[in-house]
Design a protein around this ligand. Structure first.
Ligand SMILES: Cc1cc2nc3c(=O)[nH]c(=O)nc-3n(C[C@H](O)[C@H](O)[C@H](O)COP(=O)(O)OP(=O)(O)OC[C@H]3O[C@@H](n4cnc5c(N)ncnc54)[C@H](O)[C@@H]3O)c2cc1C
Length: 421
């Protein structure tokens, strides 16, 4: 990989991947998928299962984007609570959104079992409250989920947090046994092998430079073209490179992770081995790896340039949660861009033959697999479930090409400041 931010713990510990060719020449297919992350690879597999002839083009290597670099946290649902969703869309639409957003978990677990993907999958996710008022809000949401949707998440009062995390930083939380964590690069690589076995041709080092829509979609690459009846843009943070209009609906926010050296006391820090994310707007999230490291993500950067010392930047947040780890050796450092939509809801839709799915806003590890499958369903002519997600509201960030990012940054800084106050 050429991006130093991609060379972290996952790249160093992933199962070897087959080398795939770069596209050279002119070919045609039923369905073209652009982007080899969770969304694109899942769509390629699901489209092949529906009998389509599929080509996937990835600019670098499978899992090079956010899918191969994330915190590995499998967090059920979307960024909005079900109470917010119900207030905004009414009970019927909320039920349909719940079925998909919470059902997404079964698709990831299902794919891992079906294709025997070795990716250190573990069950259990805890959302930890940074203030008592956040705990009350989390408890209210857990009650709502149980009463209205039959979804059982366990309220963990402050005095019982020790079962999950040994830290004085939190005031209770919600433990969801349906959440979990995994090695994301191994998942996407395993899914890609499953897709290939089902028929799709996967090309790497094959960046699409331009797209034309006329009787289907034609993708122009440096050394070839692909002509397809239907296509999916699954490029998430890079969507604006190929469709400037869609690019106005997300901004990329840089997020960084570290992995400590293996910890002799790992089980004592996180006794239930759950993944943990806290209730900050700019959240801290962490979990144990299969080899007993703490994988920790925290802090965000609104400019693309990384902090001069990423380890120190993230370590500060880790030491806030676990002061005893303030001086522990850090073996790996990495980061990537999270595509954030203005309302933090994913953006699925279509423009004629061109489908898109992006803007998962830091909640993509579960929903992307489903998103790819919904696109395949819609391409095959059954769009009911796709339409539920495509019907979520979407708004462009204001400010035009040059002001969009600074304005969005100001808004995000305001929320981050509220956490501190
Ligand atoms: C540091 C970090 C931590 C995160 N932590 C979590 C977490 O713990 N839990 C969670 O749920 N979510 C998390 N996320 C978000 C999650 O990883 C994403 O929502 C998800 O991976 C998006 O998947 P994707 O397939 O849509 O996009 P990506 O994985 O980004 O894939 C897009 C692909 O498109 C390719 N591409 C781009 N342009 C072109 C082009 N022109 N031609 C061909 N290919 C192209 C890219 O190379 C890339 O491989 C995190 C993200 C980051 C960056």
């Amino acid at each position: 990989m050429t991006d130093p931010l991609a060379d972290g713990y996952y790249a160093a510990t992933a199962h070897p991947a087959p080398q795939r060719p770069a596209l050279a020449g002119d070919i045609s297919c039923d369905v073209l998928i652009i982007g080899g992350g969770f969304t694109g690879v899942s769509a390629a597999l699901a489209c092949a299962e529906k009998g389509f002839d599929v080509v996937l083009l990835e600019a670098k290597t499978i899992g090079f984007g956010a899918s191969g670099r994330n915190g590995g946290q499998l967090i059920p649902g979307l960024r909005w609570s079900m109470q917010e969703i119900e207030a905004a869309f009414g009970p019927d639409r909320a039920q349909a959104i719940f079925d998909l957003a919470y059902g997404a978990r079964e698709r990831v677990w299902g794919r891992i079992a079906q294709h025997n993907i070795a990716c250190d999958l573990k069950a259990g996710h805890l959302e930890a409250a940074i203030k008592p008022s956040h705990f009350s809000a989390l408890r209210a949401e857990a009650d709502w989920l149980a009463q209205h949707y039959g979804h059982k998440a366990e309220t963990v009062p402050p005095e019982a947090m020790d079962c999950h995390i040994r830290s004085a930083a939190y005031h209770g939380g919600i433990y969801d046994p349906k959440g979990g964590h995994f090695h994301p690069l191994n998942y996407v690589r395993g899914l890609a092998c499953a897709a290939e076995a089902a028929g799709p041709q996967l090309f790497e080092q094959s960046r699409v430079l331009r797209l034309a829509r006329a009787s289907g979609v034609t993708a122009q690459l440096a050394r070839g073209t692909v002509k397809a009846r239907l296509a999916l843009l699954a490029t998430d943070s890079w969507i604006g490179d190929l469709d400037r209009d869609l690019g106005r609906h997300t901004i990329p926010i840089m997020n960084y992770n570290i992995a400590t050296a293996p910890l002799p006391n790992a089980d004592a820090l996180l006794p239930s081995d759950a993944a943990i994310a806290d209730s900050r707007f700019v959240l801290n999230y962490f979990r144990l790896s299969a080899d007993h490291r703490l994988i920790f993500g925290g802090g965000e950067k609104y400019v693309e340039r990384p902090p001069r010392d990423i380890a120190a930047f993230v370590r500060r947040h880790m030491a806030g949660v676990f002061p005893e780890l303030a001086d522990v050796p850090i073996d790996y450092v990495w980061g990537g861009a999270v595509a954030v939509s203005r309302n933090r809801l994913p953006q699925l839709g279509r423009k004629g033959p061109l489908f898109y799915a992006h803007g998962f806003s830091g909640h993509g590890a579960l929903v992307t697999t489903l998103a790819g499958e919904l696109v395949a369903e819609a391409m095959a002519g059954t769009a009911e479930r796709f339409d539920v997600m495509a019907g979520l509201p979407s708004a462009a960030f204001p400010g035009g090409r040059w002001l969009r990012r600074p304005l969005a940054t100001l808004g995000l800084l305001w929320y981050a400041l509220r956490d501190r106050l």
